[in-house]
Design a protein around this ligand. Sequence first.
Ligand SMILES: Cc1cc2nc3c(=O)[nH]c(=O)nc-3n(C[C@H](O)[C@H](O)[C@H](O)COP(=O)(O)OP(=O)(O)OC[C@H]3O[C@@H](n4cnc5c(N)ncnc54)[C@H](O)[C@@H]3O)c2cc1C
Length: 450
Amino acid sequence: MVVATQLSRQGHEIVVLEKRHVPGGKVSAWKDADGDWVESGLHVFFGAYHNLLKFLDQNDLNDTFDWRTAEMIFASPEYGLAPIKFVPGLPAPLNGLAGVATSKLLPLKDKLRVGVGLMQPIFGDQAYIDRQDNESYASWHLRHGMGERALRDVMDTMALALNFARTEDVSAKLMLTALMRFAQETDASKMALVKGSPHTRIWEPLIAKLEARGGTLELNRKVVDILYEPLTNNVDGFVLDDGSIVRGDVYISAMPVHSLRKVLPDALREMEYFADLRHLKGRPVITLQFFFDRQVTGVNHLLFSSHTDISVYADMANVAPDYSTGGPSIVQFVVAPADKLINLDDEAIVQHVMADFVRLHPVASEAKLVKYTIVRIPNSVYQARPSVDQYRPDQATPVPNFFLAGDYTQQEFLASIEGAVRSGLRCVNRVERYVQHVQHAGAVCAPALS
Ligand SMILES: Cc1cc2nc3c(=O)[nH]c(=O)nc-3n(C[C@H](O)[C@H](O)[C@H](O)COP(=O)(O)OP(=O)(O)OC[C@H]3O[C@@H](n4cnc5c(N)ncnc54)[C@H](O)[C@@H]3O)c2cc1C
């Protein structure tokens, strides 16, 4: 949508093809038979998301978010709820360090070890962090003397929220990049949640703007093949699942990497650039919503946990004013790691998550579960394992009129919404260069883009 919006502004004719019945991908939402919103994932936005915030602003969407204090509330069956509050009024990194120092989450000894161990990323630069990509965060953390307790109680929680896996399964670069942003920029840790469903708050207004400029977004239009002409080294069309072919002058894939790999013809698959995509695999994750007959959390903020299979959750009845205000709880959960759970049937997953939730909020055992929704995403964000970052592709492919966008492509951020926006802006930049080149050669005036 970033690519489509920016290029339609420049006067290009845009066709967006979306395979599902709803727009928005991993940030989509739709209504169930009762008229309740089902979300594909609970999303939190940070002050560090400069490109996303600017993009929303440019599109008159600056009323999308409910901003809240920079605070991570950790939930555990052993110690209940324990926040780390970034201290307002202090500049970074002092706001975060003071937050850790005043939290009851870790004993003093561990706090000191974390403070010393993180000095290098706090005062370091991205080049240093990039060099840490071939090691897992767990190994990096222990090598820097920060100990098992901080790893399990704090860092695992962060890794689960960032990449749906524990610190053994994510690269040090992933974690250190996020930590560096928070440590070097005072407002980076500010958090926001969408005021309601992303469908009405983000996608509908963006699509209306695209259509007002003559662009279209076509739902239920799945790309199943890419027509590639080796003699000219050009893409000639996208084949859809109904057999029709959509043609344009420039083609952009904003599919996730596993979907792109399915539709690449052999001639492209053999090129090293596309062959490298096999190293980027998706993480499984499950989103659940529990509708209770009463309030069970009493919390108006996001919650994190590493001691159960619930990694991040929030009571939508409290955090999203469009949904409800303080009514019966609608708790939305991100379940991760989900490798073992994703193939179980709905009932088994619901029972498992409910048991975990009651351990975190015992009062929920007295409440009635009125209904639930469940969304399985077998391939969500790419697995940011050690040594994988080098395989993230640039947005310009070896085929001059074919480009990639998506959170997995090269950009400074992780697989995130800000990352997806950055990838889109980089893609636009490459398309502009190509269009200028082609116009210079006198071939086309305003290419149609698919
Ligand atoms: C449960 C969950 C929680 C998350 N929480 C956060 C968070 O709190 N903060 C954050 O910043 N990020 C979060 N993320 C990550 C964030 O959602 C993604 O990084 C981002 O949305 C990726 O955007 P994208 O455009 O690259 O891909 P997607 O959103 O996956 O979009 C790709 C689109 O391509 C379509 N498509 C696929 N194949 C085809 C085909 N063959 N033909 C046509 N269309 C096709 C898909 O249907 C989809 O609409 C979360 C993700 C999940 C799953």
